[in-house]
Write a protein that binds this ligand. Structure first.
Ligand code: FES
Length: 150
C-alpha cells in the first residue's frame, strides 16, 4: 500500500490542490479509501487528517468502507424507477445474497444504488464497474452476474 500511495502522490507532484484527484486515484486502486492510505496521504502531504477525512466523506463517490472487486450500481433515478429498477435491485439482492450497500462474503461484489447515470432512455440500468447494462429485466440479472463471477 505504501508504495502505491507514494507513487500516486508523486504523480501529482505533491500538489495539495489536487487532493480530490489523488483520492480518486487511491480509490481506483483499492475500490475504496483505506484508512492507512488516508493517514499516509495526510503525513506525506502535510495536510491535517481532519481535512483529508472531511473531503473523503464529502463526496458520495468516495467510500471509506471496504468494497468488493466489482461494484454493481443499480439506478433508482425516476426514469429507471418507473421501469422497474427496484425489482432489478431486489433480484440482485437475492442473487448475491446481500442487501444494498453491502459486499458479498467472497468480496467479489458490492451492491450500491445511484440516482441517474445519464442514460435514462435505456432504463432500467445497472452498471458493473464500467460496463452498462440497459433495458434490464429479471432474466438478465443472472447472466450479468455470472460474467463477473470468479
Ligand atoms: S434515471 Fe436511471 S439513468 Fe437516468
Amino acid at each position: 500500500m505504501k508504495d502505491k500511495v507514494t507513487a500516486i502522490i508523486k504523480k501529482y507532484d505533491n500538489d495539495k490542490s489536487q487532493l480530490v484527484s489523488i483520492l480518486q486515484d487511491v480509490q481506483a486502486e483499492y475500490n475504496y479509501l483505506p484508512r492507512a492510505a488516508l493517514d499516509k496521504l495526510s503525513k506525506k502531504m502535510d495536510i491535517p487528517q481532519s481535512q483529508v477525512y472531511s473531503l473523503a466523506t464529502f463526496f458520495r463517490a468516495f467510500s471509506l468502507k471496504e468494497r468488493g472487486k466489482h461494484i454493481v450500481n443499480v439506478c433508482l433515478g425516476t426514469a429507471c424507477h418507473v421501469r422497474g429498477g427496484e425489482l432489478i435491485l431486489e433480484s440482485l439482492e437475492r442473487q448475491l445474497d446481500i442487501q444494498r450497500g453491502n459486499t458479498t462474503k467472497d468480496n467479489n461484489f458490492t451492491l450500491e444504488t445511484v440516482n441517474c447515470m445519464g442514460c435514462c432512455a435505456t432504463g432500467p440500468v445497472v452498471k458493473i464497474n464500467d460496463e452498462y447494462f440497459g433495458h434490464m429485466t429479471n432474466d438478465k440479472v443472472e447472466p450479468m452476474i455470472k460474467k463477473y463471477s470468479k
